[in-house]
Design a protein around this ligand. Structure first.
Ligand code: 5GP
Ligand code: MN
Length: 335
């Protein structure tokens, strides 16, 4: 992060401010961990801080400290819009384009308070007065750890903040297995463990608290998996009917796409999930090695993300979306 930006932010935070912290729509572990980690940090500096999420976060993150204080824009547009308009500073975390907040974008484009962006995706939009944007980091939570250090407040990181930061590092690194996991990531985590985080318990909260329905849904997803070995590709579909049959709740499909990548010879995996209420097919892409799914998602499916993990959406039916995907694949070289 640039020295002058650090100094400017230090100055901004030197007196109590009204601060709104915003994750992307359908927030994941990194989005919720980083926004709540920053929330606890700013509270310690005596700021009036609040996290406003564009929509609901999944149940498997509801144990995060202070998650009960998170306001949901789509549930209370009037009140949350007012809080956003009254803010002195707005932090946006784990995304870099305002459309990633969905309908909330209409509010955010009208505010006059300065934005501070902290994010690790490619191609940041130009809306923030101060920007800590770096694709070299595996998670926004890891960036938050360094950000607090840059500001000179390392001693403020306590067990609560560390717990939030650890959550995003674990979830965005696929439990430390994605290539973005560096020796620095492990050093940061070592420091978090020294601060007393219960890393085993956090893992349990995140990954071992599954409902029976979720496992049944996973079973259905695995049954639906198709393999195109000549393209080193696998993909999964889940229709709205299949979600309903397995009493789907938000978060139940998290991580299912990774099963496709675990097959020998597969370097590109996708999952297509029908969301009838929103009339879209939500897509996740994962890859191993050089195949750039960020580029793939951007070019063909209104999305983006990182080289090895990206997402997008389609407005076609599930069947037509898959047909389009297979068509594109036929013309794509995957090594
Ligand atoms: P996931 O597949 O877990 O939803 O997302 C994988 C990565 O791609 C995450 O970093 C996420 O922020 C990003 N991503 C997911 N959906 C979209 C999208 O519609 N647009 C963009 N630009 N990025 C996305
Ligand atoms: Mn992230």
């Amino acid at each position: 992060m640039k020295e002058d930006a650090i100094e400017a932010i230090q100055k901004l935070l030197s007196t109590p401010k009204k601060i709104v912290i915003i994750p992307h729509r359908s927030p994941d572990g990194d989005a919720m961990g980083s926004t709540l980690g920053l929330y606890h940090f700013l509270k310690k500096l005596n700021h009036d801080a609040v996290v406003i999420a564009p929509n609901e976060f999944p149940d498997f993150l509801a144990w995060l400290p202070a998650s009960e204080t998170v306001l949901i824009y789509e549930k209370d547009k009037e009140n949350t819009s007012q809080i956003i308009f009254d803010a002195d500073i707005i932090f946006t975390l784990d995304f870099n384009a305002l459309h990633r907040t969905g309908e909330m974008e209409q509010v955010l484009t009208k505010v006059t308070a300065p934005f501070i962006m902290m994010d690790h995706h490619q191609k940041p939009d130009d809306y923030a007065m101060y920007q800590f944007s770096d694709t070299a980091y595996g998670s926004t939570c890891e960036m938050l750890y360094h950000f607090i250090n840059y500001l000179g407040f390392k001693e403020k990181i306590d067990k609560t903040i560390a717990t939030c930061i650890y959550t995003g590092i674990v979830t965005d690194s696929g439990s430390f297995r994605f290539p973005s996991t560096t020796s620095t990531t492990h050093r940061v985590v070592a420091n978090l463990i020294d601060l007393g985080i219960e890393n085993g318990a956090i893992h349990n909260n995140l990954f071992d608290d599954s409902s029976y329905n979720r496992l049944q849904l996973l079973g259905q997803a695995l049954q639906n998996m198709k393999i195109l070995l000549d393209k080193k590709t696998s993909y999964i579909t889940l229709s709205q009917k299949e979600l309903d049959q397995n009493s789907y709740v938000k978060g139940d499909t998290e991580g299912i796409v990774n099963y496709g990548l675990s097959i020998k010879g597969v370097v590109f995996a996708a999952i297509f999930i029908e969301h009838r209420e929103e009339n879209i097919i939500k897509i996740s892409f994962r890859s191993q090695g050089d195949f750039d799914v960020n580029q793939f998602a951007r070019t063909h499916f209104n999305g983006g993300g990182h080289i090895n993990a990206a997402g997008g959406k389609s407005y076609l039916s599930l069947k037509d979306t898959v047909a389009k995907f297979e068509d594109i694949l036929a013309k794509t070289t995957i090594n």
